[in-house]
Structure formats: C-alpha cells, structure tokens
Design a protein around this ligand. Structure first.
Ligand SMILES: [Zn+2]
Ligand SMILES: [Zn+2]
Ligand SMILES: [Zn+2]
Length: 136
C-alpha cells in the first residue's frame, strides 16, 4: 500500500512538471524539476510510457530523446559538409495531409544538405579559379 501511494505521488509530481513545459524537454531537465526522491531512471520510464500512450510527442535530437506536450514537429537541417545540425521550423507540412496510412500526430524531419556557411565558403573557392582563368 505504502509503495503504491509513493509511486502515485511520484507520478503526480512528474505529471505536474510535464504540464508546465511549453517547449521541448529532456528527461534530465524534467528530473531537475521533480522531488529529489525520484530517480532519473523513473523519469525516463515515465516519459517513455507517456509517449507510448500518446500523451507526449517524442523525438530524437542528436543522442537524446526530447519530449513535448505542445510541439508536433521537430526538424533538423544537417550539413553533410561541416556536420553542423541546425533546428529549423517547418510550420506547415501540407504534404502530410495526403498521408493515407492514418491520422498524423507528430512528425520529425531531418533535412540533409549544405549549410549557408559552407555554401559561402564554397562560393569563395569557386570564384578564385574563375578569376584566375579570366586573367590568364
Ligand atoms: Zn505525437
Ligand atoms: Zn533537435
Ligand atoms: Zn556546413
């Protein structure tokens, strides 16, 4: 009995912390907001469970899993050249309306390409040979 009520109390504490989140959060961040007697493993398990039940959206961000109650999209731009990862906003994904497999809850998109910084660097190195050719 005592153990059950303690588990319930812990769940309520975690649920309260989750409710106050307005953006993406990790298990570690949530762990800091709940009572000291709740171990990080309990927080991990709780979040995983909540996501499985569809009460939280879960995304992978680098090596960690991030969660959100409100954000239904998480998108990265990954530069294939410098390996930089940038978070990008994809507000409207009209193409998802035509997904025929079922109703969309949330989505994650990883866009691979060459970032602006690399493009600028590339542009500079392309300009040089051209300029040299012209003077020859
Ligand atoms: Zn979802
Ligand atoms: Zn991310
Ligand atoms: Zn780059």
């Amino acid at each position: 009995m005592g153990r059950v009520s303690r588990a319930t109390k812990q769940k309520q504490s975690m649920a309260g912390a989750v409710e106050s989140q307005r953006a993406f959060f990790t298990a570690a961040q949530l762990h800091k907001m709940v009572s000291d007697e709740i171990g990080i493993a309990t927080v991990y398990r709780y979040l995983k469970d909540e996501a499985k039940r569809g009460r939280l959206h879960a995304y992978s961000c680098g090596k960690s899993t991030i969660y959100s109650t409100t954000k239904s999209a998480h998108c990265h731009f990954l530069c294939t050249r410098c390996k930089r990862v940038e978070h990008i906003a994809i507000e409207e994904a009209h193409f998802l309306k035509s997904v025929r497999a079922g109703t969309v809850c949330h989505f994650q998109i990883d866009v691979h390409g060459i970032c602006n910084a690399c493009l600028r660097a590339q542009g500079a190195s392309i300009v040089h040979p051209h300029a040299q050719r012209k003077t020859c």
